[in-house]
Design a protein around this ligand. Structure first.
Ligand SMILES: [Zn+2]
Length: 488
């Protein structure tokens, strides 16, 4: 075990490099050598040699060399699959300024699930302090799905503009309908400039998290948080939100608080009653992006090189894909039985993935707490009041309208509009009206168990497919001297 007798053979070095790329810790790699050799004594090196080899040989590359390897990796991915997309902008010194990439499958997924995007940034994913931003959507099983990834030197407006324009080029110019972010002024300005028709929403969770620091010194901030959360979530009309917000400010003596009055001015961008008539696929906070970040933080550390980062990101994609494959298979093999004899429930059972059908069933169960009262009716258009017993002492009331000519039902709670699931109140009215089949407009293709992305992604490889025509094909651009951008 003297230093001069210890050595790492060629094959041992290869294994260490491969394991390091796969995010396997040096101690685990060493243990695997011990197990394969039959004990510590059988090896002519120690764990410290493995660690030293990684820091000295594998990770000891300059930022520029790493950026070059990263660019080459993206190019190789593009050569393997022409639908892989990336754009790269380098600094004068050839380090990374901005990067965006999305694989063929993410682009195919965006055809179905690119309607609502949660975007969030995170640090500590690489050794150069580049900010990592991820685009996350919701698939037909309600799972988070990674749709694109970016690295940025800073979080200035121009960087976000570059990134959002890149996203549009990648996704054939289709801007999402809804875009969720945290409360960041540069993101807001960049979004307004790049995607003017997209509805932007701030994550409520981020806003609530700021209460203790923004109301610093205010003793009752836990009560403030509870009351504010109640006002925000339980105001069923803009008028009632205004009244409740005002009462809340008066109760806590916070009418002059600048932070709260600014939040009120910006209410259309974060308060549900101002946003829930738009579709959000069940997303109300960027927590999906955050849980995705913590998911890939398991594989990536603040010491990761760019090349390790991009490969690990690819591994994350693979593992998410596996989760989706498993859910697809479950939908193919098993059907959840209906809880009622309602032919409407059967319609959803036939169409939806298990996860979404379970949500529909929860609404069917919730119907039992609802009392429907017809308020008035004329020319096939009826107005109802549905009372819902939410606890032993609280009865919430919801206005529901039903148009029998257009077969259209609308509830004040906006569950269908925001989440794409018919609410218990609307279902109660449909029962009252003895409607046995809902109009196809209430059965969203987006939650359909027939979506098969594995077919879509392989179709994306075939030049004759319809899908190919929907994706703009970018040509390789060879960077001219002095041109620091590279892309496809
Ligand atoms: Zn409702």
């Amino acid at each position: 075990m003297l230093k001069q007798h210890r050595e790492l053979s060629m094959s041992i070095r290869r294994t260490i490099e491969n394991n390091d790329e796969a995010g396997i810790r040096p101690s685990k790699t060493y243990q695997s050598f011990v197990a394969a050799a039959g004990g510590h004594r059988e090896l002519n090196f120690i764990e410290k040699d493995v660690r030293n080899y990684i820091t000295r040989e594998v990770r000891n590359v300059s930022e520029q060399e790493d950026a070059k390897e990263f660019g080459k990796y993206l190019l190789r991915m593009k050569e393997k699959n022409p639908n892989f997309f990336f754009e790269l902008q380098l600094e004068e010194d050839q380090s990374i300024k901005l990067a965006f990439w999305a694989d063929a499958r993410s682009r195919a997924a965006c055809e179905y699930f690119g309607d609502v995007i949660s975007f969030d940034t995170t640090y500590n994913t690489n050794r150069y302090n580049l900010v990592c931003g991820s685009f996350v959507g919701v698939n037909h099983h309600g799972q988070s799905t990674l749709l694109g990834c970016s690295l940025m030197k800073n979080e200035e407006i121009e960087s976000f503009k570059w990134l959002f324009q890149c996203w549009l080029r990648c996704m054939g110019g289709n801007a999402p309908k809804g875009f969720l972010t945290d409360q960041c002024a540069s993101m807001k300005r960049a979004l307004e400039a790049c995607m003017p028709t997209t509805v932007h929403r701030w994550c409520i969770w981020h806003i609530m998290k700021k209460i203790p620091s923004k109301l610093n010194g205010y003793k009752a901030h836990a009560d403030v948080e509870q009351q504010m959360s109640h006002v925000v979530w339980n105001s069923h009309s803009k008028d009632s939100f205004d009244r409740n917000w005002n009462d809340f400010l008066v109760n806590f003596g916070l009418a002059d608080n600048k932070w709260l009055s600014d939040l009120y001015e910006d209410r259309h961008i974060w308060v549900p009653i101002y946003l829930d008539h738009h579709f959000w696929a069940g997303m109300r906070s960027t927590q999906r992006s955050e849980s995705m970040h913590s998911f890939f933080n398991k594989y990536i550390t603040r010491n990761s090189s760019l090349i390790q980062f991009v490969k690990q990101y690819d591994n994350c994609l693979g593992s998410r894909e596996q989760a989706e494959r498993e859910s697809d298979a479950a939908d193919f093999h098993t059907v959840i039985p209906c809880a009622t004899k309602s032919p409407i429930e059967t319609q959803f059972q036939d169409a939806y993935t298990q996860a979404k059908f379970r949500e529909v069933q929860a609404q069917f169960r919730g119907k039992a707490n609802c009392i429907t009262r017809l308020k008035n009716s004329a020319l096939g258009y009826s107005v109802y009041e549905v009372g819902e017993q939410v606890s032993s002492s609280i009865l919430d009331k919801f206005a529901v309208t039903y148009d029998s000519v257009a077969a259209e039902v609308k509830c004040q709670c906006l569950l269908f509009e925001s989440r794409g699931i018919l609410c218990r109140h609307a279902l109660s009215v449909l029962s009252f009206e003895q409607v046995s089949q809902v109009s196809p407009r209430y059965i969203l293709e987006r939650w359909s168990k027939k979506i098969n992305l594995f077919d879509a992604a392989s179709a994306a490889h075939s030049s004759s497919s319809q899908y190919q025509g929907q994706v703009i094909n970018y040509q390789f651009r060879v960077p001219a001297a002095g041109d620091n951008s590279l892309g496809v």
